[in-house]
Design a protein around this ligand. Structure first.
Ligand code: CTP
Ligand code: MG
Length: 431
């Protein structure tokens, strides 16, 4: 039997914050949940053991009744040992994994398991990209040749009896298990890890994790079931908005599409739309392309009102009407992460929308309202043609495809995503 031991017994002192880093919520799931899922999805992992701090045991146990939850120790080494001792008698191989590494992928697990066919100890490593120097008291004492240097990650895999014996007999301070096997004279082999499989150590790493989900977010999932779902689409009468509406209608949703008949610069939305919605999509936007020197304050206010201030009203509507939970989806822009010439106010409004999304996702978590912001690429829409006349349409994304990807975020548990959609046909274009 192959057992995965997920180490989540630490306090995360370098990270700081109210809860240990492995329990921090990233897009509606705790950091630890990502690793649990990765192992759950691998058919050769027969059992999962979660090693957790005392004050989290009851909660994690009730959330994962199918797995075994055990108490951690004061050090990582103790936690590993406690996990080992909780393994079933017929355990042959164990994989230790840091709960603080959310982006463990299937192939890495596979490589470790494969290597364990012929080795007793396997480490997951990536090549060191920086030159590594040893420094003591401010003075460089060694500069090992970089070609031989790697960074160790997890999972670390072992034959059960070997690592159990190492834990019982080797007395060294260690922050990982491979060192114990090394000290015992066991040959330890390495397999390739992944750059994305980094450990969340300090608070900056959480920022990095959010950026990773931003690029990895083009998820393939089963088609959402929109049958009889009540959907309200702002900006649903043109461009991406109408592609969304067409798609939703084809899939059996009850769609209300609103366009310019609702003035989004007003202080309130009309009472008529105060209905119990399942999904609200805000796809309305005003694009003014002008050098900053020509921009007036009236134009500034109008763009901000339609693109950003109205998001406040729409979020209020979602909060008031989605009593059983729902999905609030904002359509942003690729200019939200890079402001461009002559797009100052537009880029600023869309960047603010990204951060609004993250705040709302956190605040609406308990209400089960998932809030995501999808930033489409340059898309073949009337708004685009007007702003960029003569642009090669070959290089623009098809609104139908964009709509399909957006709707992937109007179902499921995912929340707080800022998704930058980009299609390979557009990658090599100078922007
Ligand atoms: N870990 C554990 N038990 C401990 C210490 C650490 O299970 N007593 C786990 C952590 O939860 C983490 C992994 O080991 O998933 C890697 O450790 P590290 O990144 O050092 O986490 P912490 O020890 O929690 O953080 P810090 O060292 O900053 O306090
Ligand atoms: Mg530690």
């Amino acid at each position: 039997m192959n057992v995965a031991i997920i180490l989540a017994g630490g306090k995360g002192e370098r990270f700081g914050g109210e809860v240990p880093k492995q329990f921090v919520v990233l897009h509606g799931h705790r950091v630890i949940d990502y690793a649990v899922k990765a192992f759950e999805q691998h058919p050769q992992i027969d059992k999962i053991i979660l090693v957790v701090p005392a004050n989290w045991k009851a909660e994690i146990e009730s959330e994962y009744p199918q797995h075994l939850t055990v108490l951690g120790g004061n050090t990582r080494r103790e936690s590993s040992f406690l996990g080992l001792k909780a393994c079933p008698i017929n355990t042959e191989k164990v994989l230790f994994h840091d709960a603080a590494r959310p982006f463990l992928d299937y192939d890495t697990i596979e490589r470790v398991l494969d290597a364990l066919q012929s080795a007793d100890a396997v480490d997951t490593v990536i090549p060191a990209t920086d030159t590594i120097v040893e420094v003591k008291h401010g003075v460089i004492t060694d500069m090992p040749i970089r070609d031989y240097l790697y960074q160790g990650q997890t999972p670390q895999g072992f034959s059960y009896d070997v690592i159990l014996k190492a834990h019982e007999t080797i007395q060294v301070e260690t922050t990982d298990d491979i060192r114990l096997a090394m000290e015992m004279g066991v040959e330890c082999v390495s397999v390739a890890g992944s750059q994305f499989n980094f450990k969340i150590t300090s608070s900056n790493d959480l920022y990095m994790a959010e950026r990773v989900t931003q690029i990895q977010a083009n998820k393939s999932h089963s088609k959402p079931d929109f049958k009889h779902k009540k959907v309200l689409v702002f900006g649903g009468t043109g461009g991406i908005g109408s592609a969304l509406v067409d798609n939703l209608k084809t899939n059996g949703a009850l769609v209300t599409a609103v366009g310019s008949e609702i003035d989004l610069t007003r202080d309130a939305l009309p009472d008529a739309i105060d209905q119990p919605w399942d999904i609200i999509i805000h796809s309305a936007g005003l694009f003014i392309k002008k050098p900053f020197s020509e921009l007036t304050v009236v134009e500034w206010d109008k763009v901000m009102a339609i693109n950003l201030r109205s998001a406040f009203l729409v979020a209020q509507l979602a909060h008031q009407t989605m009593k059983r939970g729902g999905w609030l989806t904002f359509i942003g822009s690729s200019s939200s992460h890079r402001g461009r010439t002559s797009q100052s106010v537009y880029a600023a409004s869309k960047a603010a929308l990204n951060n609004l999304t993250q705040s709302l996702a956190a605040e609406f978590l308990d209400d089960h309202i998932r809030v995501n912001c999808i930033n489409p690429p340059r898309t073949d829409t009337p708004m685009r043609h007007k702003a960029f006349p003569g642009e090669d349409r070959e290089l623009l994304a098809d609104p139908k495809r964009v709509a399909e990807d957006i709707l992937g975020y109007c179902s499921g548990e995912e929340t707080g995503h800022i998704v930058n959609l980009k299609y390979s046909s557009q990658f090599y274009v100078k922007r």
